[in-house]
Design a protein around this ligand. Sequence first.
Ligand SMILES: [Cu+2]
Length: 166
Amino acid sequence: MAFHVDRHEKHALKLPDRLVAAPALTVHDAANRNQPRRFELTMRMMQGMINGRRFDGTHVADDEIVDLNSVEVWEFDNRSMLPHPMHVHGLQFLVLQRSQARGSMGWGGLDEGHVDEGWHDTVLVMPGERVRILLAFRDYSGLYLYHCHNLEHEDNGMMRYYKVNV
Ligand SMILES: [Cu+2]
């Protein structure tokens, strides 16, 4: 494809002096800060599972229902031999903590390259690792997906809905 530019356009766009303030959120806002909602990530014959379940349309299990206007800590526990970039729809979250529950399984050192500051919509959970995140379910109720963003894994079942209840 070739582009032929035949006129010059001016624009009056300007960056704002101040960006939107990020909403303050700390682990103390979470009612379950000492008992995270847990999600075990497992693989069996390349079939991905979250808490032993595979994708099941819009069906949500009891432990996949949260309350509107609540703040929660979730923990992804990777019990498989593969990394899982876990993506949560409908919001952005903070990464609180990583721990190597079952050793680094050979990837030790890579963890120093993880950038956990700031707002995320996806967090990489390495094999044997537990990662805790902080989520605020504000503004919107309804059904939202959460899943591994590795195409082979999400297409093989490692995707579920969670529900924000009014
Ligand atoms: Cu995965």
